[in-house]
Write a protein that binds this ligand. Sequence first.
Ligand code: MG
Length: 419
Amino acid sequence: MGKYYKYQRKLKYITVLGSTGSIGTQTLEIASEQPDKFKAVALSAGRNINLLTEQVKTHKPEVVAIEDENLIEDLKDNINNLDLDSAPLVLSGKEGINAVAAWDKADTVVTGIVGCAGLIPTMSAINAGKNIALANKETLIAAGPIVIPALKKNNSRLLPADSEHSAIFQCLQGLPNYENADFSTGEIPKGLKAIHLTASGGAFRDWAVEDLKHVTVEDATSHPNWNMGKKITVDSATLMNKGLEVIEAHYLFGTSYENIEIVIHPQSIIHSMIEMDDSSVLAQLGWPDMKLPILYAMSWPERFKTNWKRLNLSEIGKLTFKEPDEFKYPCMGLAYAAGKSSGTMPAVLNAANEMAVEQFLKEKISFQEIPTFISKACESHMENLNLSPELEDILEVDNWARLFVEQEIKKGKKYVSIG
Ligand code: MG
């Protein structure tokens, strides 16, 4: 029984946290395409009760939760009107989301909640012994020192659904000690020397640095290759997304920061590479479509047939690469520095970034001010850096960094209006 049984059983039971978002809807599309492989048994969403109702109609889960408690009655009415043979249990609020995350029947929890809000539900799922298909990178970045030991304690696995980390994970399959490497002690898979993360370069890869002054919200929320949510699209434009992925790779694979490199690859066909001690480099390729990494996180260790478009390199013609410009993308350097500081610093970086991006999307700060406020928060946290935090410490610094950035932005505006 146990893990082996879970991996080998024909139908896998899936929980989707953030089912109405970009990752959630793509996960449910996969479940619809592979009805003999996956069944969604538990769903949670923030506020979109109309889409959640549609999903209940299609997938007939056992339980659903809506984060906004004020919407529970409307959701119940919607679901009653569906006239299902057996209606799901309907929950709300943070407790409801946590109950969905730990739902007994589920084998794998796909975490598609945006930002650090995904941390507590992910911990609930880990503590309930679930395997986690991790699309919410913020959870691991903020709370790596908590999440990694909790996984071991509960015999859970993190299966990366981020495309780059899925690529690395796929390349690592079959390395001699990969299954048993204890990343929490700094052990890395045998023969692995370095990780090369590919980055599309985001919305402004072809813009001159001088032109970044004039970036609008619309410019920053249109991605050239990937179809993703707003927050992550802005993170791609600043390259903070790649910086966060460096930290994510460090926690997932135990690789030191000196051995994680970023390379700009505008076509997004190579999703990342691993470099071996003997100089061999292994890469994973595919069209830029999030469904493949999501599917692999759910199907691992197996591979399921799809009717998706096959990769055709002749059609693409050429793959190009270049070094990222540190001056153009200061967020990248901030992320490496926060990762190396370790402890609570990545949580501060992440929270400051979430707040700065939120304020940029509300047009309160400019695109180029995003790294300015993140850097201020990290600097200010230096004297309170906690190298072995508990969960409460992570939540506290997360909260502090958000308030800090918000107040700094307000201060700045006041100064401007007086001046
Ligand atoms: Mg990614």
